[in-house]
Design a protein around this ligand. Structure first.
Ligand SMILES: *Cc1c(COP(=O)(O)O)cnc(C)c1O
Length: 383
């Protein structure tokens, strides 16, 4: 079975570099907060194009640290899309803020700027004030950042980008992670830039935010370690993960190019009505290649559409060809048990609900062989 993601193949492809990096750390005697972390932070900030990068323990922690650094807590409401990895909403819950869920644009799976404008103009009167918006570049697709950033600036809400799936994505030639006040990154092993364990980072151009995150990730110690700022946690990136990430960062552009090559082959194999939408003037990071079991929006655009695909039929079709599939994500946030009571939403979020019923991810990872890609393309051609 060709898996949807394959971090082991990523390791074996760069085994000698990664083994050497791990050995370097083991022999150095320094396992936390050393040169590997400093080196990775500098290189990653340079690659993203921000002044600062602060490494931490995970992508979820990166969101928590960014929210805390911006002063977000129980007296505030945070806006986020109703359709995202549950980690985005968990971070809001961890800092004690109220999550306010907005519907997505059904083509791009990202925050709908019209919904955002409505809720910023008329915030729900029974909720604490909206102080932050989290824009998630889901699957690697950039959000409409110029529109979203404008609205946030105008209404005094901080803007955090959730870049966990979007390493390398650009919009109008500008890297994601450089549009908001801060960006949160995950280096979970299957992400476009992956560690071999947990790791994350916050990037920002704002020195005050970077200093606050640096203090908050380690008990709230400030830089000279004599005082504590409140709200600190322990979320360090260990030296072994930093060294592995440095090795993987060296050729991430090659891997992102291979993702592009594979996804182009898939698009060519698919009938046009099944091809995932790509935002114009953007480069998708192609973290995931996501099909829709029912291309209902084409119905609206092109008149009656005959083939109505059922997702379980689609899963069986791929499984019979030895191709793995996965659902990202089976439930919108407001149906997740942990959020059924706490999350609020101003609209019914029908686009998010429909996406959860219809999306299906197929294999996409840089080390796939041409034979693997051909197998998937053959299955796509039969749709
Ligand atoms: C993976 C992911 C996270 C969380 O990252 P972890 O490193 O697993 O904590 C957050 N948001 C999105 C969109 C993700 O895909």
């Amino acid at each position: 079975m060709i898996p949807v993601a394959n971090p082991h193949a990523g390791y074996t492809a760069r085994r000698s570099d990664i083994d050497a990096a791990i050995r370097r750390v083991l022999d150095s005697g320094r396992y936390l907060m050393g040169d590997e972390l400093l080196g990775f932070e500098a290189e990653f900030a340079h690659w993203v194009g921000t002044k600062h990068c602060v490494g931490c323990g995970s992508g979820t922690d990166a969101l928590v640290l960014a929210l805390k650094a911006l002063g977000i807590g129980p007296d505030h409401t945070v806006v986020l899309p109703a359709f995202t990895a549950v980690a985005t909403a968990v971070a809001v819950q961890i800092v004690g803020a109220t999550p306010l869920l907005l519907d997505i644009d059904p083509r791009f799976y990202t925050l709908d700027p019209d919904e955002l404008a409505r809720v910023l103009d008329r915030p729900p009167p029974d909720l604490p004030p909206i102080r932050a918006v989290i824009a998630v570049h889901l699957y690697g697709q950039p959000c409409d950042m110029p529109a979203i950033a404008d609205m946030c600036r105008w209404r005094g809400a901080a803007l955090i980008e959730d870049c966990a799936q979007a390493h390398g994505a650009t919009l109008n030639g500008q890297n994601v992670g450089t549009f908001g006040d801060a960006a949160a990154w995950s280096f979970y092993p299957t992400k476009n830039l992956g560690a071999l364990g947990d790791a994350g980072a916050v990037t920002t151009n704002n020195r005050r935010i970077a200093d606050a995150v640096r203090a908050l990730r380690q008990y709230g110690w400030d830089n000279d370690r004599r005082t504590r700022i409140s709200g600190g946690i322990n979320s360090r990136m260990d030296e072994i993960q930093a060294a592995i990430l440095l090795a993987n960062l060296a050729d991430i552009d090659l891997r992102d190019n291979r993702r592009f090559e594979i996804s182009s082959a898939y698009r060519n194999a698919l009938r046009p009505e099944f091809r995932p939408w790509l935002r114009p003037d953007s480069e998708h990071a192609l973290h995931l290649f996501v099909l829709r079991a029912s291309p209902w929006m084409r119905v609206a655009l092109r008149g009656p559409y005959q083939a109505h695909l059922d997702r379980s039929d689609l899963i069986r079709h791929f499984a019979e060809a030895g191709i793995g599939t996965a659902i990202h994500y089976a439930r919108p946030i407001h149906y997740e048990p942990a959020f059924i009571r706490s999350a609020r939403k101003p609209s019914r979020c029908t686009n998010a609900e429909r996406a959860a019923d219809e999306v299906l991810s197929i294999p996409l990872w840089p080390e796939m062989t041409d034979a693997d890609v051909a197998t998937v393309c053959e299955a796509l051609e039969k749709l």
